[in-house]
Design a protein around this ligand. Structure first.
Ligand SMILES: Cc1cc2nc3c(=O)[nH]c(=O)nc-3n(C[C@H](O)[C@H](O)[C@H](O)COP(=O)(O)OP(=O)(O)OC[C@H]3O[C@@H](n4cnc5c(N)ncnc54)[C@H](O)[C@@H]3O)c2cc1C
Length: 438
């Protein structure tokens, strides 16, 4: 099995080594990519009695799905207000509801297949780095009114008493719908569940070519080939070039995670008081969680350049110490790693059918745990002829992502946003200091 050196890889549950595909095979559906988009589609098809072969270039969960922040929550990378403006409230609600159903399905699958991916602690705190109480109140009310959510406003004093003691935080909102899990163990659990439902999974089986124009599709790897009536492309940000119409529609964007060594509980409690998911409202903010053993899994940063930056562990530790300076000398990095997400220009998932028998599910951005589950269900329903709910995503097509120019533009937008966020945070911290000095 090949995985990057991550906390998740070191603590993964034991599973079978799956062989590469060799020789000639046939299936009703051939799925390319063994992240959660591919695995969920495979499980949903297998459960419908459809014969499936899934081909993964490395190991299942090798990509973003097995190395992410482990937050499972509702919503998309694109803001709901933008979806309402563009599609109207009913359509936006239908899309949002899908992610609610998906988080419930993830929980059900953990139970049904006894997947050891805990702790599955519930709750998310989203803090602000600026003095934005009015904006938060407005957002909470707007979400409750239009999407029926129940998030609560947490004033800054209570943020410190109940959740986290940080000099950079102002007020926050808290929601109890998001939960956390061990993403790689979840992937491995879904892979086993899919196999139990009859799916054949081959690892070390990178797809190098495809013929998709004829009714019978041909999918070729280094050592074998599959003939199938349907192919599904779920390669995330790792699959450049397999089918250019599909892979050219996503922008691979790198983001980073580190795991600290366990921090003694009394020291940790001077910083993090409640071990829920934590994030902030900046454009590329931090996302992190403390585990029961005192370890912090800390995620953040984004770059359009995929290569791992030098001194990644130091950069991530600096970010942590900016939020929790009291942990200096206590927080030590155990490992740090990069993951590649796939984004579309419209920042929504691309789920649908390119032409007869050619399907895709990609561009889940930074919120893929629920949305890849949505993709799995909708693609399986579409392929089996059970529904055409995948058409809810028709407004979000395979627009070309701009290749290298798209990457440069994305990096420029990120840096500009980052500078604006930092300036606003500095301004509001200075104002807070000045008013507390009076
Ligand atoms: C560091 C990080 C933190 C994140 N945190 C969160 C979070 O907390 N919560 C959340 O909801 N989302 C999070 N995300 C986003 C989420 O992980 C992704 O949106 C989701 O996992 C995408 O799944 P996928 O199946 O589309 O892609 P991937 O998981 O990347 O899977 C694609 C797979 O396709 C395989 N592949 C590629 N090309 C080929 C080929 N030619 N032949 C065969 N196989 C191929 C790859 O090897 C890979 O395994 C995070 C992402 C990253 C990188």
């Amino acid at each position: 099995m090949s995985y990057p050196n991550s906390f998740y890889a070191r603590t993964r549950t034991a599973g079978p080594d799956r062989p590469p595909m060799e020789g000639e095979h046939e299936a009703e559906v051939c799925i390319v990519g063994g992240g959660l988009a591919g695995l969920n589609t495979a499980l949903a098809l297998g459960q419908r009695g459809i014969s499936v072969i899934l081909l993964e270039a490395r190991s299942v969960g090798f990509g973003a799905s097995g190395r992410n922040g482990g937050f499972v929550g509702r919503g998309y990378s694109q803001e709901l207000s933008t979806l309402v403006d563009r599609l109207g409230l009913d359509h936006a609600r239908a899309l949002y509801d899908l992610t609610g159903q998906a988080t419930a399905l993830v929980r059900r699958r953990i139970d049904d297949h006894a997947i050891a991916c805990g702790p599955n602690t519930t709750g998310v705190l989203v803090a602000t780095w600026t003095d934005k109480a009015d904006d938060l109140h407005r957002y909470i009310d707007w979400m409750a009114q239009n999407f029926g959510t129940q998030q609560r406003f947490v004033p800054r004093e209570q943020v410190a008493e109940e959740f986290a003691i940080s000099p950079v935080y102002f007020d926050a909102l808290y929601g109890d719908q998001t939960f956390q899990f061990h993403p790689l163990n979840y992937c491995l659990g879904i892979a086993s569940a899919a196999e139990a439902a009859g799916v054949r999974i081959f690892e070390d089986s990178a797809v190098t070519a495809m013929e998709t124009e004829r009714p019978e599709k041909l999918v070729v790897t280094g050592r074998g080939q599959v003939r199938a009536r349907h192919v599904v492309l779920t390669c995330g940000g790792y699959g450049l070039g397999v089918l250019p119409d599909v892979s050219g529609a996503v922008l691979p964007v790198a983001t980073y995670v580190m795991a600290t060594e366990p921090i003694p509980q009394d020291v940790l409690a001077t910083a993090i008081r409640k071990k829920v998911c934590m994030a902030d409202t900046r454009r590329a903010g931090d996302y992190y969680r403390a585990l029961p053993d005192g370890r912090i899994l800390w995620g953040g940063r984004m770059t359009a350049r995929i290569a791992e930056p030098p001194r990644l562990a130091c950069l991530m530790l600096d970010d942590l110490l900016t939020v929790y300076p009291q942990l200096r000398g206590h927080a030590r990095v155990e490992s740090a790693w990069t993951g590649t997400m796939s984004y579309a220009r419209h920042r929504m998932p691309q789920i649908g059918r390119l032409r007869d028998g050619v399907w895709y599910g990609q561009a889940f951005g930074g919120s893929g745990m629920a949305t890849t589950t949505v993709a799995g269900e909708l693609l399986a329903e579409g392929i089996s002829g059970q529904s055409d709910r995948y058409r809810l995503f028709e407004p979000f097509g395979l627009d070309w992502a701009g290749g290298p120019f798209g990457r440069i533009a994305a990096q420029a937008i990120y840096w500009t946003g980052q500078m604006q966020d930092a300036a606003a945070a500095r301004r509001d911290r200075r104002a807070r200091k000045a008013s507390s000095a009076v």
